[in-house]
Design a protein around this ligand. Structure first.
Ligand code: SF4
Length: 167
């Protein structure tokens, strides 16, 4: 299998996992007030963790972000909404603040992580599970290779994947 075919297969498997997770969550109909607080980590008192294959899937399609990334929240939340819904990781799909969902949420996360490890193993990639900001501040750890999506006319090797914050 060529590297391109392998990449495509990995994406297909990840999307299938996300479709499964979305269906599991949807079957429970947890309440969401759309406050956007869950993506403002500092305010909410939690962090988003994801594995390397998810980080790559998310970041290679994402717009540029500043570095070092502000740990207060996710740079992809725009006007209180997720701007990367198609590629958002498992934790974003499964986390809801509805207390009645907490038991089911844990079970779906546990099974989702088990499936992510299976995909990672199947593709002979090392398991790397870290906070979103770890990957944002070290994009190479997410093995970002795709050109920036915000301007497809510029040669990809002339652009950084993220913008260092200059003070
Ligand atoms: S990827 Fe989307 S859902 Fe996940 S933390 Fe960022 S803005 Fe929120």
């Amino acid at each position: 299998m060529s590297p391109t075919d392998q990449e495509r297969q990995l994406t297909t498997e990840l999307q299938a996992l996300y479709a499964w997770a979305d269906a599991e969550v949807g079957a429970c109909s947890p309440r969401c007030d759309a406050s956007g607080k869950c993506c403002r980590f500092k305010e909410y008192g939690h962090r988003l963790y994801l594995c390397q294959i998810e980080a790559r899937h998310l970041l290679q399609a994402a717009p540029l972000w500043t570095m070092p990334a502000d740990e207060g929240g996710c740079p992809f939340q725009i006007d209180g909404l997720c701007s990367q819904r198609e590629t958002r990781p498992l934790g974003c799909r499964v986390y809801f603040c509805d207390p009645s969902f907490s038991g089911a949420m844990e079970a779906i996360m546990e099974e989702g992580i088990r499936r992510l490890k299976e995909i990672t193993d199947r593709h002979a990639l090392g398991w790397d599970y870290a906070s979103l900001h770890t990957f944002l501040n070290d994009p190479a750890r997410a093995a970002i290779t795709a050109p920036p999506s915000f301007n497809e006319n510029l040669p990809c090797d002339t652009l950084p994947r993220s913008l260092p914050l200059v003070s």
